[in-house]
Write a protein that binds this ligand. Structure first.
Ligand code: GCO
Length: 462
């Protein structure tokens, strides 16, 4: 029998979702519009013409969904709080029914022995802030976000002990304000884009301060960033050093400035006159001390090698035939790079001495539509997503390699509990451990749900 590849005692096994992708009920109980409601209803914006007005109706089905998490053997759940439910206009008068939903959800989780981890911003900015101030282009928004974060933490921290401030800065900034692929669909000039980047991390920092000022003692807070990961082409000292230098530079606009309190010289030099305008007070807020770092790891953004360049590293470009899983209906794909789980977490600890790390998302869009060419039949009524199991085992193996070496990873949140609305690609990509029939909203465990449960119950990679 091979040596058990166990995780440390107390390691959390969870799944992750986001409000806009799962809740539906977009006009219920006083919820205000978000930029995603506007974007998803813009003709042509969503690949399959769907939107998340209903999504998977988690707002009404949350009790059943919590039971499904318990059946996974999960002891944690990462969800996001919809800002427009709590402050329909983003600021001003709160909507009590907004927080009431999250109290109900959290009480159901706690009653099932599942630890709630709440993300305060998973991209659904109140539309009113976009209209009034231009959203994250304005310094009004970071302050509004801090006020909202402090308000929520002050009222939920009797039950919610862990808050993530913002999810995936790089995605909603670069694709929401650079390429325009995500809401609000802007294509800003470099200087303006840099200012949005800066306002996003400033919002994070001000929110950390507001949570500390309003939450009950012992509450913990940190970001949930998709750390740009660089893995060494060969795991020898010179290439490992190159991967470390690359990781610091590649994250300069986000995690590096949060953890070091300054923008790297390389970043400022590279941005030149487009560099963000900031004050020392901004940097102080941005680098407010954290209790943990959450990181979404799906694949390595880059393979790097040591090179005699000014920064000491060079990219090793991916070959087009690198093993991957494609997003159905889109041009995106995830390259198979399980060692991103090892290097993505080890370098967080090595570079910045991060004391507590959570994998806040990982997984892949392994989608098998019944009747489609190449789709294999179900096994005992469960979707045969053996591809997801093989992928997950490879990634968990590298994560356990890290924890075995003492890297302080405290938990793993699989993306996602169930199939849900995958932003601009709509409902076609399916990331869930549970399959959702979008006609009936019926949830059915996939084979991978059994695999997840086996690992969670053994606290090991099987
Ligand atoms: C992200 C978001 C999730 C996605 C998931 C699959 O990481 O882009 O946090 O909302 O749905 O990653 O793409």
């Amino acid at each position: 029998m091979a040596a058990a590849r166990t995780f440390p005692d107390g390691f959390l096994w969870g799944t992750a979702t986001a409000a806009y992708q799962v809740e539906g009920a977009v006009a219920e109980d006083g919820r205000g519009a978000s930029i995603w409601d506007v974007f998803a209803h813009t003709p042509g914006a969503i690949a399959d013409g769907t939107n998340a007005d209903v999504a998977v109706d988690h707002y009404h089905r949350y009790r059943e969904d919590v039971r499904l998490m318990a059946e996974l053997g999960a002891n944690a759940y990462r969800f996001s709080i919809a800002w427009p439910r709590v402050f329909p206009e983003g600021t001003g008068k709160p909507n009590p029914k907004g927080l009431d939903f999250y109290r109900r959800l959290v009480d159901e989780l706690l009653a099932n022995g599942i630890e709630p981890f709440a993300t305060l911003y998973h991209w659904d900015l109140p539309q009113s802030l976009q209209q009034r101030h231009g959203g994250w282009q304005s310094r009004e928004t970071p302050q509004a976000f801090a006020d909202y974060a402090g308000y929520v933490a002050g009222r939920l921290s009797d039950r919610v002990r862990n808050f993530f401030t913002i999810n995936e800065f790089s995605s909603f900034v670069e694709m929401g304000h650079g390429s325009g692929r995500l809401a609000p669909g802007l294509r800003l000039a470099p200087a303006q884009l840099n200012q949005v980047r800066h306002h996003a991390v400033l919002g994070h920092g001000l929110a950390v301060q507001a949570i500390r000022a309003n939450a009950s003692a012992g509450v913990r807070v940190g970001p949930a960033e998709q750390v740009i990961t660089a893995i060494p082409v060969i795991e020898t000292p010179e290439h490992i050093r190159a991967a470390a230098v690359a990781t610091r530079e590649l994250n300069a606009g986000y995690l590096t400035v949060m953890l070091e309190g300054k923008y790297t010289d390389g970043f400022l030099y590279e941005q030149g006159r487009d560099a963000p305008r900031f004050t020392d007070d901004d940097l102080k807020a941005i680098s407010s001390p954290l209790d943990f770092v959450g990181t979404n790891i799906y694949a390595a953004h880059h393979i790097v090698r040591a090179a005699d360049t000014s920064l000491g590293f060079a990219m090793v470009p991916y070959q087009s035939v690198h093993p991957r899983v494609a997003w159905p209906g889109g041009a995106l794909s995830l390259r198979l790079t399980p060692e991103s789980m090892y290097w993505g977490t080890r370098l967080l600890a090595d570079l910045w001495h991060v004391g507590d790390i959570y994998i806040t998302e990982s997984g892949g869009p392994f989608t098998h539509e019944p009747g489609a060419v190449g789709t294999q039949p179900d096994i005992d009524g469960m979707e045969n997503d053996s591809d997801r199991i093989v992928w997950l085992r490879a990634y968990l193996t590298q994560l356990q390699r890290a924890t075995d070496e003492g890297v302080p990873v405290r938990g793993y949140f699989h993306w996602s509990t169930m199939d849900n609305f995958e932003w601009t690609l709509g409902l076609r990509p399916r990331f869930g451990l549970y399959r959702v029939d979008y006609e009936t909203q019926r949830r059915t465990p996939k084979l991978s749900a059994q695999y997840f449960r086996a690992c969670a119950q053994s606290n090991a990679v099987l």
